[in-house]
Design a protein around this ligand. Structure first.
Ligand code: KG4
Ligand code: ZN
Length: 340
């Protein structure tokens, strides 16, 4: 087999999305995601329900990924799967499935770090999307993660800053819960913020040294602010929802931008890539554009379907590792706290 004709199946099951994707020589053939609606009722992810839903979804999702790619499973060269970090029960569903299929087909198994995958999603061949040159800074912002990573090569990366408590997506989601919005609240806050004044209400930014983040204090500040205002006027939320959302979003984006500017200052690196569900936020997108004009940055935002949890990012890492013949043994274990 030459390196010109490589088909990789990627499987992702670290949280609440069951996903499978086929990548052919670095180019996407299919990207299937089954999102689990069940958690919305609970206002957050319930791990037990997540693993049960993964078990129901994984066979049809992989089947669809192969079908949409127009290939049979016997054409696969390797199977890549998320080995962590994530919810252990969820990870185990994807890893046992990947192992059995790779064993049955007698092809290599490739364990993939979910956080590396969010970053390497930028290397999927996609028309109109430029790949960041090394070295670059990657900021992964989602409901589960908030990190700034210095990336010197595909597999040479170092976390230089991360959250010490909540992830930035949780800051959006928990603020939304206080406001009575449904889960996940990030997209709704983004929409409502568009019609509001970002400086209507001021929330203090947390003081955290260096490149680390903290979002739990902000959530508490918002809660106390809202409780106080509601005591004065029971309709406060309804009457001010746009301004409240705009102010929350403005504060959160300010926190992210402050740390990015500091990271650029400390490293001298002006190529900045983002990933994770929160990179869909219009506030962060326009702040990055401003960074291009004001600070001479080059910024990289992948196609939306590659920013939220997906299997294409797992498959591309599988492909890059395949080229290096970096395979795993079948006893490789899933790890909830896997580090970059
Ligand atoms: O990457 P993702 O789909 O899943 C993980 O958490 O890993 O990210 C989901 C998070 C949620 O917290 C959601 O509220 C947030 O991304 N999100 C947004 C927007 N779209 C999704 N937050 C702010 N603005 C958005 N437009
Ligand atoms: Zn993720």
């Amino acid at each position: 087999m030459t390196t010109e004709n490589i088909y990789i199946l990627g499987i992702e099951s670290s949280c609440d999305d069951t996903a499978a994707s086929i990548i052919h020589n670095g180019r996407l053939l299919s990207n299937v995601v089954a999102s689990q609606e069940i958690h919305a009722e609970y206002g957050g992810i319930v791990p037990e329900l997540a693993s049960r839903a993964h078990q129901q979804n994984i066979v049809p999702v992989v089947h669809q990924a192969l079908e949409k790619a127009g290939i049979g499973k016997e054409q696969l060269n390797a199977i890549a799967f998320t080995s962590g970090p994530g919810l252990l029960g969820s990870l185990l569903v994807g890893s046992s499935f990947a192992k059995s299929l790779a064993y049955g087909l007698d092809i290599p198994l490739i364990a993939v770090n979910h956080m590396q995958a969010h970053i390497l999603a930028h290397f999927i061949d996609e028309k109109g999307f430029e790949k960041p040159p090394f070295p670059f800074l990657a900021m992964t912002i989602s409901g589960g993660h908030t990190q700034i990573v210095r990336v010197d090569d595909y597999f040479k990366m170092e976390v230089i800053g991360e959250t010490i408590d909540d992830a930035v997506g949780e800051a959006f989601d928990k603020s939304g819960k206080i406001l009575g919005l449904s889960y996940p609240a990030g997209p709704e806050i983004d929409k409502l913020a568009a019609l509001g004044d970002p400086k209507a209400f001021k929330f203090t930014k947390p003081k955290v040294d260096g490149l680390n983040f903290s979002f739990s204090g902000l959530k508490t500040a918002i809660l106390y602010f809202i409780q106080k205002k509601i005591n004065e006027n029971p309709d406060f939320i309804k009457e001010n929802i746009n301004d409240i959302c705009a102010s929350i979003q403005y504060t959160i984006i300010g926190i992210l931008m402050d740390k990015l500017k500091l990271a650029e200052k400390q490293t001298g690196i002006k190529h900045i890539a983002i990933g994770g569900g929160v990179s869909a936020n219009s506030g962060i997108r326009s702040a990055l554009k401003t960074g291009e004009q004001k600070f001479g940055w080059s910024t990289y935002i992948p196609k939306f379907e590659f920013t939220t949890d997906n299997a294409a990012m797992i498959a591309i890492v599988g492909y890059l590792k395949y080229l290096e013949k970096d395979f795993d043994e079948f006893d490789v274990s899933a790890s909830a706290r896997l580090k970059i």
